[in-house]
Design a protein around this ligand. Structure first.
Ligand code: ADP
Ligand code: ZN
Ligand code: ZN
Length: 817
């Protein structure tokens, strides 16, 4: 009887790959385990067993496996089902999902290791230049990995060279698989048990009377261990005895102390549980009960609650209930880096039951969390994190909370799988029969539409917690202000007055300036030229702190120019402005106040963001200037004023979601104002005071905005009425990009007719010297999604078979954001 295993390999393959198993292997191996297998010439990959069966593959002979890596499955049944769904829905390979889903160290990699044979005598006459170079290098170093050979010869395909050397009996190949994951080990010391008896102890102290430093360590050891029975860390002993590690080492060498190692968890919650009970107010309780009722009917729940209505407290209560039933809970956030406050709130309440899964954490920390979830341990009952958390190996998931569900960062953009974590979470919840709540103060049109059409249940919170009033919004017309010369730099008189007023009252101010495309650009007043990136079709932007012109797409930079690069004129001005410029102006206007800036440039380090937030919370900062980072669920007590520097560049973005996004963004920033008793104030500076979105923000008219947007979506055939698949072609050759795009668009039009848009160049058509072109496929509601995708796949397969287009890559994005 023969056995076979279908494996998912971490490669963009359309299908799973089949390997043969011996009967012993087949009886041991289960789906979800990892196997090391050979794929391609000399490559060993880690594959995940998806299925075991007895049907040999038809078109190739199944190879045996190389090695079994796990003793029990690393993946659950549900994960395998989930991966399959993601791959088929988002039109990508299961291997793509695998790479996104598993922490790197689980994807063991082999490298062929090349060694010179002992008896080898390379002769330069008989060898090609490349071959000789390799043997020469191997005389200097004992072994080389394939990629090192690639570097040495400065090209990709080196296997033929190595193969020749193998044939000439000069080198050996050696496959080596290595575990990269190293549990963090901590050193401990203990007294050699031989000295434990009291008499021995005294003898020892006498013996050491002439080595006072060593004696000191011993005495410290006794005093610490008398107080605590816990194993003693080497570090602690050295610290408390005031000795150095050399002295301790001599005691270890003498056999008086023994040193041992223990694996520890890296992730330890240090704080205390505050046990502060949360008592929901009447409105919250009502919402809570409604949500529970809907959960009983297995309905996805959309919680639409205005900013500061206390949604978080409701989530905490729901989580508490889930874990009391012995379930696991998942709390999804758009961007984990921006949620220090929330993490703290949850940890204060649940202690170390909460683990945070974070891409900024080391892989080792991620491996640990993965294991906690897989083992369904107490630690990590509650997982808090951004989109990739949906890939954790939940055993018994009871609840998913998707906070700020409208955020577009839930959608993975690059690389594949280009999944939407909110939508995928709904599928995940369904797999576990778990409850799921999506929450937002400004729900996405898609989710609200689902609620309106009874696909989701809608629960609303229309009041702020503690009867705090919604902030008062004032629109400042800066066109008129400019004309009347009532602007100081980018500040209107109104805004400056309000800032002064707040500062006088010792309150804090938040200023919002959208980053998107609006760092300053240099422009020549004489000829209109502005310096361009040589690799991308964008203007370079000016960064004053290092006096550079930079490309935001590829990082290209040059020193700031004093003269126009085209005509040599000295008359250069800056156009547009970013957070940095707002900061500079503000510092000149309010020299005696502390001003901080929060944007991508100031939050690069691991704790940079936390520092800015903490300083602002502690009121060490009076004014905080920032980009959309500021919009994310921050809860400050003393902010009485929020200023939006320029609303127009949000509105003018060429995208069908631009208006909805502008509304959400402004509404969220506005929500940072006046979260306590005193009513907050929001000032919006704009050139278009009558724009309907700005009017809607000023009155908080969410449903009005929604209805209007929905009408547009219907008229112009966009989601939620039509689904979208965007195909992006990418190539270094301009005319090839065009040809390929035309071919693909025509092939799609043959089937989908007028529902194909483009091909069209995106606003930035060239990035890093590659040209981009988009084709959009619209899928009407009555058309089968599954069938449509099959057709798209089929057309792509034909496309890829065309030799002339081999250099053109096609990126498929289902439900693009
Ligand atoms: P949202 O997430 O809806 O914007 P939050 O959950 O941040 O609102 O609540 C706003 C503020 O009100 C927070 O400071 C929070 O601690 C407080 N709050 C909300 N509900 C309660 C409650 N039931 N008990 C005590 N404080 C609450
Ligand atoms: Zn010029
Ligand atoms: Zn560039």
């Amino acid at each position: 009887m023969s056995y076979f295993a279908d494996l998912i390999l971490p490669l963009p393959l359309e299908k799973r790959f089949t390997y043969s198993l011996s009967p012993e292997e087949a009886s041991f191996i289960q789906p979800g385990m990892r196997l090391a297998v050979q794929f391609g010439k000399n490559r060993i990959y880690t594959g995940i067993v998806a299925e075991i069966h007895q049907n040999p593959p038809e078109v190739y002979e199944a190879k045996p496996i190389h090695q079994i890596l796990d003793e029990k499955p690393l993946l659950t049944k549900e994960q395998l089902t989930f991966w399959k769904w993601i791959a088929s829905y988002y039109l990508c390979a299961e291997g793509d999902v695998m790479r996104a889903a598993l922490p790197g160290p689980f994807l063991l990699e082999s490298e062929s290791i090349v060694k010179l044979r002992k008896d080898a005598q390379p002769d330069s006459v008989e060898l090609s230049d490349d071959e000789y170079l390799v043997t020469e290098a191997l005389q200097r170093q004992s072994s080389m990995k394939i990629h090192e050979v690639e570097q040495l010869l400065d090209r990709k395909k080196v296997l033929p060279v190595i193969n020749k050397l193998v044939m000439k009996d000069l080198v050996d190949l050696d496959q080596e698989i290595y575990e990269q994951f190293k549990p963090k080990e901590v050193r401990y010391v203990r007294l050699n048990p031989a000295y434990e008896a009291e008499s021995e102890m005294h003898r020892l102290l006498d013996d050491l009377s002439r080595a006072p430093k060593q004696r000191e360590i011993l005495l410290s050891y006794f005093s610490i261990t008398a107080k605590s029975k816990k194993a003693l860390k080497t570090k602690k002993l050295i610290k408390e005895s005031g000795a150095n590690s050399g002295t301790l080492k001599s005691l270890i060498d003498k056999g008086i102390f023994e040193e041992f190692y223990q694996e520890t968890d890296r992730i330890n919650y240090q704080g205390e549980i505050s046990n502060q009970e949360i008592i929901l107010n009447k409105i919250q309780q009502q919402a809570f009960d409604e949500i529970r009722k809907n959960f009983e009917e297995d309905k996805v729940c959309l919680l639409h609650g205005v900013t500061s209505s206390g949604k978080t407290e409701i989530y905490i209560k729901l989580i508490e209930e889930a874990i009391n039933r012995g379930k696991q809970a998942l709390y999804l956030l758009p961007e984990i880096a921006l949620t220090t406050q929330l993490i703290k709130r949850l940890q204060d309440y649940f202690g170390e039951k909460v683990l945070v899964y974070h891409s900024k954490y080391s892989v080792n920390e991620r491996v640990e969390i993965y294991k906690h979830v897989l083992n369904n341990s107490e630690k990590g009952r509650i997982i808090l994190g951004a989109r990739s958390c949906i890939f954790l190996p939940f055993q018994d998931l009871g609840l998913i909370v998707v906070d700020e569900e409208h955020e577009s960062t839930f959608k993975q953009f690059d690389p594949a799988p280009r999944y939407h974590a909110r939508d995928s979470a709904v599928v995940l919840a369904n797999l576990f029969k778990a409850s799921i709540v999506l929450g937002s103060a400004t729900p996405s049109t898609e989710s609200y539409f689902n609620a309106e059409h009874n696909k989701y249940a809608l629960v609303e919170l229309t009041r702020r917690y503690g009867n705090v009033l919604m902030p008062e919004v004032e629109i400042v017309d800066i066109k008129t202000a400019h004309r009347k010369k009532k602007m100081t730099g980018h500040f209107s008189e109104r805004l400056l007055d309000e800032i002064k007023e707040s500062l006088k009252e010792e309150e804090q101010v938040i200023l919002f300036q959208n980053r998107r495309g609006f760092s300053p650009i240099m422009e020549c007043n004489t000829c209109g030229h502005s310096p361009q990136c040589p690799n991308c079709d964008v203007s370079l932007t000016f960064h004053s702190h290092n006096n550079q012109l930079r490309c935001h797409y590829c990082g290209y930079h040059i020193a700031m120019q004093q003269q126009c690069m085209a005509c040599g004129s000295n008359e250069i001005t800056t156009k547009g402005f970013g957070t940095e410029q707002v900061e500079t102006e503000l510092k000149a206007l309010f020299p005696e106040h502390n001003i901080a800036r929060m944007d991508q440039d100031t939050t690069r380090g691991k704790y940079a963001y936390e520092k800015i937030i903490t300083a602002f919370e502690a009121h060490e900062t009076d004014i905080l200037i920032g980009t959309q980072m500021l919009t994310k669920g921050l809860d400050f007590r003393k902010v009485s004023l929020v200023g939006i520097m320029n609303a127009d560049n949000l509105l003018n973005f060429p995208d069908f979601r631009a208006h909805e996004r502008s509304f959400q963004l402004m509404q969220q920033v506005a929500g940072r104002a006046g979260r306590t008793k005193k009513r907050g104030k929001v000032l919006i500076q704009t050139y278009n005071p009558h724009h309907q979105i700005i009017q809607q923000v000023s009155t908080g008219a969410y449903t009005e905005m929604y209805k209007e947007q929905l009408e547009d979506r219907y008229q112009y055939q966009y989601p939620p009425y039509y689904r979208l698949i965007r195909l992006t072609l990418k190539c270094r050759d301009y005319s090839k990009t065009n040809e390929a795009a035309d071919w693909l668009a025509r092939a799609l039009e043959n089937v989908f007719d007028r529902y194909v848009l483009g091909p069209e160049f995106p606003p930035v058509a060239r990035i890093r010297n590659e040209y981009y072109k988009n084709i959009l496929v619209k899928i009407p509601q009555k058309q089968s999604l599954g069938k449509t995708k099959k057709v798209v796949q089929r057309i792509l397969t034909s496309f890829r078979a065309i030799g002339a287009f081999r250099s053109v890559r096609v990126i498929v994005n289902v439900d693009p954001q």
